[in-house]
Design a binder for this molecule. Structure first.
Ligand code: GDP
Ligand code: MG
Ligand code: K
Length: 296
C-alpha cells in the first residue's frame, strides 16, 4: 500500500472568488463563512479532510489587498505568513474576473515562494469554454503554475480533480488531526462569525463592514439550552439603530437566523442573547482586535 500523505494547503485569492464555497464543498460542512459580500472571512479557518490515502488541512486565508488600516494590514500578514507553513498554495480566481493589478501584485509575491502553486479558476459555470482558454493562457504568462484547475465550487464540477492533484503533491506524513475533526478553530470564533454573517446578510448594504462580534461566554445552561452571550460592536450610534431595528425587529431576526446555523454546529439547543454596543474606530484599535480574536 502507498504511504499515507498529509499536509497543509493555503487558499488565496481576492474576496468573493469562492474560497469559502470551495472549502465547504470539499469538506461538506459549514466551517468557513460564506456571504455574497466581500471580506467575510477575516481569520484563518482550517478545514480538514481525511480518507484512507491522505489528510488535507486547508487554510482559508483572508484576502490580500493594499492595506488601508490596521485590520487590513493584519489580514495581509496573516495571508503571507501562512505561505511559509504550507505544502501547496492555491491561487483562486473567478472565470469571469479579468486579471487586474491586484492579481499581478499577488502572483509576483507568490513567485518568490518555493511552495508548489496551483491556479484554480472557479465559477466555470458562468463562462464559455473559449473564454476560459483565453484566461488560462493569460495566467500562464504570469506565473509558473504546478497545476491549473478550472472548476465550479457551487456545481461541484472538477472538484474531485483538485483533490486528486492536491494528494499527488502532498508529502508523506502523519495524521495531524483525528479522522472526524473538521476544524480546529475555537467554537467561540465560529459562533461569532455565524452571527456576523447573519448581520451582513440581513442588514444588506446598510452597515458595510463596520461590525464586529464577540462571543462573551458560552458555558452555562438554562432550561436545557446553552446560553450564548454575544456583543455586536458597531462604529457609530446610527449603525446601532440599524442593527437593532424598529421595535428590535432586526436584531431579533439576526438572532433567529444565527441560532439556526449555530444549533446544528454545536449539536444542541441554544438561547442566543445579543447586545449591541458602539465602539468607535474599532478597526484601528489593536487591543480591540485582539479581544475580537483577530490576533493569531
Ligand atoms: P470568498 O470570499 O472567496 O470566500 O467567496 P465565497 O465562497 O464567499 O463566495 C462568494 C460568492 O460567489 C457567493 O455568492 C458564492 O455563492 C458564489 N460562488 C462561489 N462559487 C461559485 C461557482 O462555482 N459558481 C457560481 N456561479 N458562483 C459561485
Ligand atoms: Mg471567504
Ligand atoms: K465572501
Amino acid at each position: 500500500m502507498a504511504e499515507f500523505k498529509s499536509g497543509f494547503v493555503a487558499l488565496l485569492g481576492r474576496p468573493n472568488v469562492g474560497k469559502s464555497t470551495l472549502m465547504n464543498r470539499v469538506i461538506g460542512e459549514k466551517v468557513a463563512i460564506m456571504s455574497p459580500k466581500a471580506q467575510t472571512t477575516r481569520n484563518k479557518i482550517q478545514g480538514v479532510i481525511t480518507d484512507d490515502e491522505a489528510q488535507i488541512v486547508f487554510l482559508d486565508t483572508p484576502g490580500i489587498h493594499k492595506p488601508k488600516n490596521d485590520l487590513d494590514n493584519y489580514m495581509d500578514q496573516a495571508a503571507f505568513s501562512t505561505l511559509s507553513e504550507v505544502d501547496i498554495a492555491i491561487y483562486m480566481t473567478g472565470a469571469m474576473d479579468k486579471i487586474g493589478p491586484g492579481d499581478r501584485f499577488i502572483l509576483e509575491k507568490l513567485a518568490n515562494i518555493k511552495t508548489p502553486l496551483f491556479l484554480v479558476i472557479n465559477k466555470i459555470d458562468l463562462v464559455h469554454p473559449d473564454d476560459l482558454l483565453t484566461l488560462i493562457n493569460e495566467y500562464r504568462t504570469l506565473a509558473d503554475f504546478a497545476e491549473i484547475i478550472p472548476l465550479s465550487a457551487t456545481q461541484g464540477n472538477n472538484v474531485d480533480e483538485l483533490v486528486k492533484e492536491i494528494k499527488h503533491y502532498l508529502p508523506a506524513g502523519p495524521k495531524y488531526y483525528p479522522d472526524d475533526q473538521l476544524t480546529d478553530h475555537p467554537e467561540y470564533f465560529v459562533v461569532a462569525e455565524l452571527i456576523r454573517e447573519q448581520l451582513l446578510l440581513q442588514t444588506r448594504d446598510e452597515i458595510p463592514h463596520s461590525v464586529a462580534v464577540v462571543v462573551e461566554d458560552m458555558n452555562t445552561h438554562e432550561n436545557g439550552k446553552l446560553v450564548i452571550n454575544a456583543t455586536v460592536f458597531v462604529d457609530r450610534e446610527s449603525q446601532k439603530g440599524i442593527v437593532i431595528g424598529k421595535g428590535a425587529s432586526m436584531i431579533k431576526h439576526v438572532g433567529i437566523g444565527a441560532r439556526r446555523e449555530i444549533e446544528p454546529l454545536l449539536g444542541e439547543k441554544v438561547n442566543l442573547k445579543l447586545q449591541v454596543k458602539v465602539q468607535r474606530n474599532w478597526r484601528d484599535n489593536p487591543l480591540f482586535l485582539k479581544r475580537a480574536g483577530y490576533d493569531q
